[in-house]
Design a protein around this ligand. Sequence first.
Ligand code: ZN
Length: 308
Amino acid sequence: MHLEGIHHVTCITGDARSNVDFYTRVLGLRLVKKTVNQDDPTVYHLFYADEEGSAGSDITFFEYPGARRGRAGTGMVHTVTWRVPSPEALSFWEQRLAGAGVSTRRRDDRLAFADPEGLGLELAVVETADRPLVASHPEIPADVALQGFDGVRAFADDPERSRPLLEGALGFAPAGPASWDVRGAARGGLYAFDAPPASGPGVPGAGTVHHVAWSSTMEAHEAWRERVAAAGGRPTPVIDRFWFRSVYFREPSGVLFELATLGPGFAVDEDPAHLGEALILPPAFERLRPQVEAVLTPIENPRAAWSR
Ligand code: ZN
């Protein structure tokens, strides 16, 4: 039994419009679901991914309008890394991001930058047999586009505290002193720790990661939950998120983990050709639609601009 790499990474934004602009127009991802936080329906939940909305490519944001900027600290993910196929792709992104006013740092086969709210992002040249998870964009050739996640890096005071749970219950394979390969039959991703910054404890807020979700097959999901509980973790019950099922717990270094199923997927309630265009509400919130629509920031379908 193995987890199939990263399912999604969920973050916080204080500005949905600028967030949509950066992740769709600049980075070229597809807005695949526009919905609300199922625990607070007045808050947007925006999902950006590849063309199909695949697990492994899916970065999501809760919008708390006007939220102040946070800062990653111990127990928080500080960098999200996507794969690109070649050094030429890194050069493309170096130029494209500069053109969008985003400063970058290139080191060897990596390009580091931040989103408009300071969230740490990185592109890495990675040779892999994993399927490239690519979105279409009129200005970004498919052979340089982002190919899905390579991994996430978090801050921890003492990574050894996490090792027994990660390697025992979750089957993470050691890949370095404080890094692990989380690889299943179809896909893998990396989890790594760095020493926390001297700037002090983390502050949740805009531009920080809320949680990272790891992919489980539908069949193994309950068994993963039981393994975490047996190892002394405190997993939530299985929660039905409609597009997938979820279990949450904090790993021993404090990072909020989710185990999410690889199905049923984003096309269960939308035409795959029109993912992310309409506001989709979970069934329990459908009766609140007029109130919810009145408080959410209006967002235009990013692809509407393509034909203009
Ligand atoms: Zn999640």
